[in-house]
Design a protein around this ligand. Structure first.
Ligand SMILES: Cc1cc2nc3c(=O)[nH]c(=O)nc-3n(C[C@H](O)[C@H](O)[C@H](O)COP(=O)(O)OP(=O)(O)OC[C@H]3O[C@@H](n4cnc5c(N)ncnc54)[C@H](O)[C@@H]3O)c2cc1C
Length: 161
């Protein structure tokens, strides 16, 4: 069954505006499912606009990896949270996405992914990137979410810059 944003007055249809949300947030919350049991985790991410994918790193074991290895279909959300307004309404811009999660083994892709992440997450990216050693990266667990579909919604927020 196909669903659409019900409140057309709040729907974001501009793909660039949705991409900006993924580029200007620090983490996404990703829903997983295995054997009809749901699970979710938040992950600090970097969004690669050219490849339309998200990069993240994590420990090399744990529940999310068990779920993702069993079923790599994910649904996720990124939120720009503007808080409660004077009228006690809640202002936000958010993006939902679906896609597939892949673990990354290739060192060149890990290097690219970490650069995307650090440039998005760090106020001082070049200094951080200079400290990243290939041998450390080789043992770092990294993943990628290829985004297949996304929707956007906003409520009482300032325009996304
Ligand atoms: C803003 C934010 C950013 C984060 N960024 C990253 C990231 O970049 N990489 C990363 O690996 N993790 C990140 N985390 C932590 C992540 O959400 C998970 O807690 C963590 O990855 C462990 O997941 P797991 O499935 O391996 O848990 P496990 O250690 O296997 O634990 C499984 C059980 O622990 C409980 N649990 C797990 N995580 C949490 C939690 N956060 N809060 C409460 N209960 C929990 C659940 O009940 C679950 O059933 C972030 C969390 C936040 C809030």
């Amino acid at each position: 069954m196909a669903f659409h944003v019900r409140r057309k007055d709040r729907e974001i249809t501009d793909l660039d505006a949705m991409r900006k949300v993924l580029k200007n947030t620090k983490y996404v919350t990703v829903a997983l499912c295995m054997d009809n049991e749901p699970y979710l985790v938040s992950l600090s991410h970097g969004y690669d606009e050219a490849k339309h994918c998200l990069y993240f790193h994590c420990a090399n074991e744990g529940k999310k990896l068990v779920y993702a290895n069993a079923n790599n279909k994910v649904w996720g959300q990124a939120v720009m949270d503007y808080g409660v307004t004077d009228e006690c309404d809640y202002a936000y811009t958010s993006v939902h996405f679906s896609g597939r999660l892949f673990m990354i083994e290739d060192l060149n892709e890990k290097q690219h992914g970490i650069e995307v992440m650090v440039r998005q997450l760090s106020p001082n990216p070049e200094a951080k990137l200079a400290k990243i050693k290939p041998e450390k990266l080789a043992t770092t667990t990294m993943g990628r979410i290829d985004i297949a579909y996304m929707t956007g919604k906003q409520h009482l927020n300032p325009k996304v810059k």
